[in-house]
Design a protein around this ligand. Structure first.
Ligand SMILES: Cc1ncc(COP(=O)(O)O)c(C=O)c1O
Length: 380
């Protein structure tokens, strides 16, 4: 007997999500010392975790024998104050991925569909197909979600539209006007998952709270993995109408967020100095990378996040070339010759640009630059 014969039919067809390579793995593979490796692959905070979060966790370690607060009460109350919405409008997850899957659990099954952009976060397609639904993929001209195409793709079977702002891997977001127009035209039977994993970097983005108050079916998700520097702890949150949150809570595991993650997130929320520094480092890093890419004549997409998508000749080989030099980036083969690069501190950004320059020199010397394949493929 093969297990796959007994499993739900959609499972064997699912791709296994490929995360950015861990530092120790690359160190072993290329016989490099750990501290010579820069990981610019998963949009983590280059400053490390919030120092206040680390201190708070150290003080809480001895209580690890207790189950966590399943309702994340303290963090919930702090966020309710910060965002100005009642505490029963929040739900917490083991990373925001947990919440993306939870929404799919609640709304997706056989004979249902979810609409998503061609170049968006792969987890949307994975969770849709995991639940037995169909992923309906819409084009992304100019690397941006085409909201009219998404509206046109909605049918009676559609349950979710996945709309990230900022989008990963392109770094793009739709304008406030575009999103407001989209919300006006959205049929009532569809929930929008508005993924705000990079919201803290996206200044001037749309505020969904008034639209939630108006009764729009919107589930916003955010994370402590990026801006707050707590990716390893796995904690994210979602906010929506109390009714939608109630439904999601029925499908949630009772202790899906661990105690240390809750304590760290609460402390990080108020770590004003760290958060200010994070924003400044990101702004400076983006400027440094843009100017470096321009000097190297590499095309890039200006980003509303903490990463940049850049068009590099023979990107998969460039990824390996960089990795041998201790720089881990993220190739995006589904788009063609693209690398997604996390913004880092000056010295690491500089090392990355130097390594890219060395790659381009190598292509020039070997006269192999023009063998570039730029044709994007048709699935995300
Ligand atoms: C757009 C987007 N959404 C969600 C996530 C998931 O983040 P986490 O599960 O760490 O909260 C990521 C992580 O890279 C992302 O880029």
């Amino acid at each position: 007997m093969k297990f796959s014969d007994k499993a739900q039919p959609q499972i064997s067809k699912l791709p296994v999500y490929q995360p950015g390579k861990p530092i120790h793995y690359v160190a072993r593979e290329h016989a490099l010392p750990i501290d010579a490796i820069f990981k610019l692959a998963s949009n983590e905070n280059p400053l490390g975790p919030s120092p206040r979060a680390v201190e708070a966790m150290q003080n809480a370690l001895a209580d690890s024998h207790y189950y966590p607060d399943g309702a994340c009460t303290e963090l919930r109350n702090a966020l309710a104050t910060k965002l100005g919405i009642p505490a029963n409008h929040f739900i917490f997850g083991n990373g925001s991925n947990d919440l993306i899957e939870l929404l799919a659990h609640v709304f997706i099954g056989k004979n249902t569909e979810a609409v998503m952009g061609l170049y968006s976060f792969p987890v949307y397609k994975i969770v849709t197909e995991l639940m037995g639904g169909t992923a309906v993929i819409t084009p992304m001209p100019d690397m941006k979600h085409d909201l009219n195409a998404m509206l046109s793709a909605i049918t009676e079977r559609t349950r979710i539209v996945f709309l990230p702002s900022t989008n990963n891997p392109t770094g793009t977001s739709n304008s406030v006007e575009e999103i407001e127009d989209f919300l006006k035209k959205l049929p009532d039977h569809v929930v929008v998952l508005f993924d705000e994993a990079y919201a803290e970097y996206t200044l001037g983005g749309i505020d969904m709270i008034p639209h939630i108050h108006k009764g729009k079916a919107i589930f916003c998700t955010r994370t402590f993995s990026k801006f707050y520097g707590l990716a390893g702890l796995r904690i994210g949150y979602g906010y929506a109408s109390a009714e939608l949150i109630d439904l999601l809570n029925r499908a949630r595991q009772p202790f899906n967020v661990n105690s240390l993650a809750q304590i760290a997130a609460l402390a990080a929320l108020d770590d004003v100095k760290f958060l200010k520094q994070t924003r400044e480092i990101n702004t400076m890093g983006l400027t440094q990378l843009y100017s470096g890419f321009e000097s190297l004549h590499l095309k890039f997409t200006p980003s509303d996040g903490n990463f940049v998508l850049v068009n590099v000749p023979r990107a998969q080989e460039a990824f390996e070339f960089l990795q041998k030099r201790g720089i881990i980036v993220r190739p995006v083969p589904s788009m063609g010759d693209y690398l997604r690069i996390s913004v880092s501190i000056e010295v690491q950004n500089h090392a990355l640009l130097k390594a890219l320059e060395a790659w381009l020199d190598y292509l020039d010397k070997t006269n192999t630059k023009n063998t570039t394949s730029t044709a994007p493929i048709t699935t995300p």
